[in-house]
Each structure stands twice: as C-alpha cells, then as structure tokens.
Design a protein around this ligand. Structure first.
Ligand code: UCC
Ligand code: FAD
Length: 645
C-alpha cells in the first residue's frame, strides 16, 4: 500500500461543556431544586450557563491553545542586561489572556455581594448579580461556571482560587479599611484593576505541618509593654517560602511566626497580607529602622525570587521559591489566629480542586465516548469494529462515567452547602457537614481523577499517550491535587480532627442523615419501580456500611491500640464517607428523576449507576470496608507493615 493510501486517524471532538453534558445539567438542576431561590432562578441561570459555555469555547479555548505553542512556560529573569537585579517573572500572552478573561467574567466576583463592585455586576445583562441577588445559590452557580471553564483554563483557576480565598478571608476578618482597599481589587474585572492573590504557607520545614513555620514577622513600630497588636498593624516579614503559586500576582496571604516561643507551634502563627510590589505597600513611617533588602531595581516589596519550580504539570502556573527579606505586611485579624484564618482560604481552594478533579473526569469521558464512536479496531482480523461495540472496552468507559456521576454529586452538594454558609443560611449541623465533606471531596476526588485519567489514556491507545490529545496534560495537571492543598493522608487526619473537635457530632449527624436519605430515596424509587432487587441490594449495602462505620468510629477506642494511637483508620474513614455520600446522592438523583418531567427522567438508568457505584468494583466500597474491618480487628499489624515498608 502506498503511503498516500493510508487512512489517517479520525480525531475526537470536544464540544462545549454544557450542551454536551446531560449528567452535569441534571445533577445541577436537582441541586437547584432544593431551595426556593434555586427553583426561582434556575430558568435564568441555566440559560446563562449555556451561553457561558459557548463563550468559553469561543474566547477562552483559543487563549488556552496559545499556551500550547512551544516555549510558552513562565520564566524568571533575575538580572537585566545591565547586571541589575530585577526578579521579573515573565508569563506568556495566552496565560495573561486567560487570567484577564476569567476576572472579566467574574470567576471570583460573581460569588460575592455586588455592593462595592464595578457597575458590570449590577448590570444583569453582564452578570447574574452576585450573592446579594442570588443568595445561597450564588456560589453553586459560580462553581458551575468554574467547572465549565476549568478544562480550558491551563490551570489559571489556581491563582483565581487563591484570590477567591483571600477575598473570603478579608470578608470575614479584614478591617473595614482593608476591605475597602483590597476587595475591589480582588473583584476587579479589567486588566488595569484586578489583583491576584497568592497563599504562602509551605516552607521547607513545614508543608503538611505548618507549625514548623520559620518565617517571622515583627511589628514595624515597636509596641510598649502590654500593648496589644491591632488588626491592620504593619509588620516586617523575613523568611523563605518554598512553594508560591501566584508569583505573577499582586498580593499574598502569608503565615508568619509572631510568637518566638516555638513550643506554641501553630498557635504562634499570624496571618499577613503582603502586597507583592513596592508601589502597593503601606507608606513606611520615617522614624522606623526599616531597610528593604531588595535591589532598588526590583519591583518587589522585600521579596527575592530564587527560582521557578520545574514541575510535572501545571506548567503555565509560575510557582516560585521566594526569599522574604523585609516585606512590609499588614496583620489580618488577631495575632496567633493565623492557621484558623487561612483555613478559610483552604476551604475555598480545596473546593476548586474538587471542581477540577470532577471536570477533568468529565472531559476525559467526553473524549472516550466520542472516540469510541469513531475508532475502528480489528478483532481477530475480522471486519473493523467500532470501539463502542466492544463490551470489554465499554467496561472501561463505564468506570469513568460512573466516577463522573459520583463526583458531580459530591462536588455540587459541597458547593450548595458552601453557598448556604456564605449566605449565612446554614444550620450548625450543615456547617459541620461542610467542614467534614470538604477535605473528603478534595482528597477522594484527586485520587479518583488521576486513576480515571490514567485509564482514559489507555482507552485511546497510542493516541492517548500523545501530548496533543489533551489527556496526558490533564493527568499531569490534575495529579497535583493529590499534593497541593494537603495530601490525602493529611486530609484524612483533618477529617479525624473534625470528628474530635465536634465531639463526634459531625459524623453522628452524617450517619443519621445518610440513613434517612436512603429511606426516602428507597421509598420514592419503590413507589415508581415497584420491588426491585437492584434497589434492595444497593440500599442494604449502604445501610450495612453505615452500621459498620458506626461500630468502628463511634467508640472511645477508635484509633487507639494497646501501644498508642493508630491513625491508619483515617484513610478508610475518609474513603467510606466519600463513597457512601456519593452513593446516597446518586440514589437521590435517581429518586428525583422519577418526579421530574424532564426528558432524562430515566430513573432505572440512574439506579443502575448508583448500584454499580455502591455494589460493583467502580466505587471500591468492598475494598475500603475490608481494610476498615481488618484495621479495626487488629489484623494489619503495624510492625509487620513497617518491616514490609
Ligand atoms: O498548596 C497550596 C496552594 C496551591 C495552589 C492551590 C490551587 C488550588 C486550585 C486548583 C484548581 C485547579 S497552599 C498550602 C496548602 N497547605 C495545606 O493544605 C497544609 C495541609 N495541612 C493542613 O491542612 C493542616 O490540617 C493544618 C495546617 C490546617 C492544621 O494545622 P495545625 O497547626 O495542626 O492546626 P489545628 O490545631 O488543627 O487548627 C488550628 C485552628 C483550629 O481552630 P481553633 O483554634 O479555633 O480551635 C481549627 O479548627 O484552625 C482550624 N482549622 C480549620 N477551620 C484547621 N483547618 C480548618 C479548616 N479546613 N476549616 C476551618
Ligand atoms: P510533606 O509534608 O513533607 O509530606 C511528605 C509525605 O508525608 C506526604 O506523602 C504526606 O502525605 C506524608 N505525611 C505528612 N505528614 C504526615 C502525617 N502526619 N501522617 C502521615 N503522613 C504524613 N504551598 C503554598 O503554601 N503555596 C502555594 O502556592 C503552593 N503551590 C504549590 C504548587 C505545586 C505545584 C505544588 C506541588 C505544591 C505547592 N504548594 C504550595 C505546597 C503544597 O501545599 C505542599 O507540597 C503540600 O502541602 C505537602 O507538603 P510537603 O511538600 O512539605 O510534604
């Protein structure tokens, strides 16, 4: 055969997210249907989401493509041609375009009250109006937009998530002058107005455990004995931050030690707002001994950029190692409350991670389904068969599809609760639920997304392994969610902490509510489908798991052994909450389908999906339960594991 007779491959097509993704639309419709505001605004907001999705395809996707050209990664120019130190972080046109695009489209500002923001937020042709119009559904609506945009963002949502978190911290703990000065910048929609914020926690000594923080902050003006620090006071910060992912931003929230007594651990840490550039820092009173150790030619406020990280993925995000040498900073909130305050950033950025994990599975699924309809393979030398007609292949696609449905449920439920919390309509129990589910969703989503992406690459064969087919980049980019914002192990310890701090209430309420929700879904589905073996098995498996979790975790001996504490039960706790929560929500979705007149009202299919998630290999519940049981019964000896490891 001549080369020009060889048939080329048929490429897959990635369409706009909203119109091509029925599971997303229906899962969102159900979440909106749970509140009065949601029901009222759904017709308008679903239309807006449809338009936004087309806008992403039309405007953001070409910017993302610009980043894919050669040599577009950020670079650090430490010295100019005259030998002067400038520390300039240079990013590409595509990246800057994406940052501007998302700010112009209100990825941060649409979740906040419109008051004090630019006119565009109050013009409902451009904006849905933010929290003071949409109330508790503003956050969920905006996360739906984020989910649509993220696959075309080249991870530009990373600095945006930190900016969003910084806005939330200022809203909660900022002084009125800090709010007035900084919030309009974080909500800015035009290139000359918007500010990006970073989040500086990690140091060489302490990443997971920030109590090891070595960076110190000292008051710029010495205080007289007994004089207390006031929010907004100026400090000078010195130290070294090992990972800083918005090196091209305008400000950061940073943890620094204000109490030299190391024994106080993280209670000796305070939170600071550091403007990155000299031009933006507070004027320094003349009677102070302050010296800025950066070169006069550097634009940075007492910061030297040592290096840009050479990473596996997130290649366009400039992540830097920074020496802080005399940065002028403002205290946020109370001295010594740094961790509790920056935790509000973590809760927002972790939700962005859940969103990114969810939509990366969603895009992979779209690709797999489209490719399976185009790619023909030979089977034993017989006529060519489309991949979609091979059951062996469909099992793989089904696994990704089931994960996507499960993650959508988890993610949207968390954003619904977050929106309620921000609109101050949560009950105390809902606040505990949100606190419990956020680390669960972040850790579980990160692990499952990278598994699904790896399998999706396999599903495309050799084409999947090529950079151009997106999935390799998605895998490299999303893999970082297993590390930044806390590794799964560290987040499982956070779940245990929530359990302890709420004296078991968060878990008890979750167990009870899950059991009640199961009963409701079961009744509703039975009314429509009659007695159904699939339903019975799914519900009884979930009920058994809830009972088992209660036995293992709701007793004083949980995590205790004869020789001390065994935290290995933390991971099965996190995983079982995630799997059961998804299972219950999937059943809710199936039950909801029986009631709606929307075309998709395919309760039987939704039930099959819930059942595969709970009882089949996809959710992995059986494995998690086995591990939980073995650990609780002392069958996995710590010393043996240590020897093996
Ligand atoms: O990685 C980073 C940024 C990367 C870029 C992000 C982009 C994401 C978007 C992606 C989209 C594509 S920044 C570095 C992130 N670092 C971590 O996540 C560190 C992981 N470690 C933890 O999460 C730990 O649990 C710590 C550091 C939060 C806990 O430290 P401590 O010192 O042990 O603190 P405690 O004692 O547990 O908590 C201190 C206080 C307590 O309140 P009080 O004092 O009132 O009792 C806790 O209840 O903080 C409170 N607290 C929280 N409150 C702790 N965690 C939370 C929380 N999550 N929510 C509310
Ligand atoms: P370590 O804490 O050293 O963890 C090593 C291993 O030990 C992990 O597997 C962890 O699970 C395990 N481990 C730790 N403690 C325990 C424990 N108690 N029990 C059991 N296992 C444990 N940080 C910022 O502050 N700002 C940023 O902008 C930022 N950007 C980042 C960008 C990228 C691309 C990356 C990769 C990281 C970034 N980080 C940032 C840092 C990130 O948050 C940390 O890397 C992360 O929190 C882990 O900390 P570490 O690297 O010190 O790992």
């Amino acid at each position: 055969m001549r080369v020009d007779e060889v048939q080329p491959h048929t490429p897959f097509v990635v369409k706009d997210y909203w119109s091509s993704d029925a599971p997303f639309r229906f899962a969102l419709a159900r979440q909106f249907s749970q509140s009065k505001q949601g029901k009222e605004y759904w017709p308008e907001l679903s239309k807006r989401l449809e338009e936004f999705s087309l806008k992403v395809e039309r405007e953001a996707r070409p910017l993302a493509k610009l980043c894919d050209r050669p040599n577009q990664e950020p670079r650090l120019v430490q010295f100019n041609e005259w030998g002067q130190r400038i520390d300039s972080v240079e990013t590409s046109e595509g990246w800057r375009g994406l940052l501007q695009w998302q700010m112009a489209n209100g990825i941060v500002s649409e979740s906040y009250p419109a008051q004090g923001q630019e006119d565009s937020v109050n013009n409902h042709n451009i904006s849905a109006g933010g929290r003071d119009r949409l109330g508790e559904i503003a956050r969920m609506y905006n996360f739906a937009r984020t989910l649509i945009f993220t696959p075309d963002s080249q991870v530009a949502v990373c600095p945006t998530s930190m900016t969003d978190g910084a806005a939330r911290v200022l809203e909660l703990y900022g002084t009125s002058s800090q709010k007035q000065k900084y919030l309009p910048k974080l909500f800015g929609r035009t290139p000359d107005k918007f500010w990006l914020s970073g989040q500086w926690m990690t140091e060489v000594a302490g990443g997971s455990d920030v109590s090891m923080t070595e960076t110190v902050a000292e008051p710029l003006i010495s205080r007289s004995p007994g004089q207390k620090a006031q929010p907004g006071d100026l400090y000078i910060v010195n130290g070294f931050k090992w990972f800083s992912s918005a090196a091209d931003g305008n400000m950061t929230l940073a943890l620094a030690r204000t109490d030299s007594d190391r024994a106080k651990g993280s209670k000796g840490l305070s939170l600071f707002l550091i403007p990155l550039h000299k031009k933006d820092r507070a004027p320094i009173p003349t009677n102070t001994k302050y010296t800025d150790q950066t070169a006069p030619t550097s634009k940075y406020n007492g910061i030297k950029v040592h290096r840009l990280k050479n990473k596996l993925g997130t290649k366009h995000v400039p992540t830097a190692e920074l020496e802080i040498c005399g940065a002028v900073a403002e205290l946020i909130g109370e001295e010594g409350r740094g961790v509790a305050q920056i935790a509000q950033v973590l809760n927002i950025t972790r939700t962005y991670c859940i969103s990114a994990s969810t939509c990366s599975i969603g895009v992979a699924l779209q690709i797999l389904q489209d490719y399976a309809n185009r790619r023909k393979v030979g089977v034993h030398g017989q006529a060519e068969t489309l991949l979609k007609d091979l059951p062996l292949h469909n099992t793989l696609i089904a696994k990704v599809a089931i994960h996507y449905r499960a993650m959508l449920q988890l993610h949207l439920n968390i954003t619904r609760l977050l929106g309620k919390n921000e609109a101050k309509t949560t009950t105390e129990a809902e606040e505990r639920r949100l606190r419990l589910l956020t680390p669960v969703g972040k850790a579980f989503g990160a692990v499952r997304a990278s598994d699904c992406l790896a399998q999706s690459i396999e599903c495309l064969g050799g084409q999947g392994y090529m950079h151009e087919t997106i999935l390799t980049t998605a895998l490299r980019d999303d893999f970082v969610s297993r590390i930044w914002e806390g590794t799964p192990s560290v987040l499982s310890l956070d779940v245990v902490r929530v359990h302890a701090q709420t004296k078991g209430a968060a878990l008890i309420e979750w167990l009870q509510d899950s059991a009640q929700s199961l009963q409701r879904s079961n009744d509703q589905l039975q009314n429509t489908l009659g007695q159904d073996d699939v339903l019975t098995k799914t519900v009884s498996t979930l009920r058994d798991t809830l009972r088992e979790m209660k036995t293992v975790y709701l007793n004083e001996k949980a995590f205790k052994t004869a020789s001390g504490t065994d935290m290995r039960l933390a991971r099965p706790l996190l995983d079982s909450i995630a799997i059961v929560e998804c299972g219950c929500q999937l059943l809710n979705q199936a039950a909801w389908s029986t009631q709606t007149e929307m075309q998709h009202g395919n309760a039987k299919l939704e039930l099959q999906i819930a059942s595969r998630w709970v009882c089949g290999p996809e959710g992995g519940l059986a494995i998690v339960r086995n591990t939980m049981r073995d650990l609780a019964q002392g069958k996995m000896d710590v010393d043996t594991e240590r020897h093996i490891a």
